[in-house]
Design a protein around this ligand. Structure first.
Ligand SMILES: [Zn+2]
Length: 111
């Protein structure tokens, strides 16, 4: 199976994946794919739309991941299982502030 044969990517906070607890991964279609750690595979399949979702586990709970939108502008991506408010629920002003903060952190870490 090719390495990049996934329909979707989902970031999940490592803190949410406590062994023995089933985590409900949200698919873009509104379906949920349950996953129970320890994970045997690095992807789950949505029971509703059959999308193959690659799970990217982020250590701890970083709150947000910076991505790029279609125009190349930095945008916040939600981390599932995070205690942080989902980016689309934040006011635009707050989103901008967080993006600036995360960018500064990334610069400090030399990334
Ligand atoms: Zn789905």
């Amino acid at each position: 199976m090719p390495e990049n044969d996934y329909d979707l990517y989902a970031f999940v906070a490592g803190d949410a994946l406590k062994e023995g607890h089933t985590f409900q991964l949200q698919c873009n279609c509104g379906g949920t794919a349950p996953m129970t750690p320890p994970l045997k595979t690095e992807f789950v399949v949505c029971p509703k739309c059959a999308s193959k979702i690659k799970v990217l586990v982020i250590a701890g709970d970083p709150g947000y991941i910076i991505g790029r939108d279609a125009s190349g502008e930095p945008t916040l991506l939600s981390v599932q299982g995070s205690a942080a408010t989902p980016p689309h629920q934040l006011p635009p002003e707050e989103r901008r502030r967080i993006i600036e903060r995360v960018k500064q952190q990334m610069r400090k870490q030399g990334k």
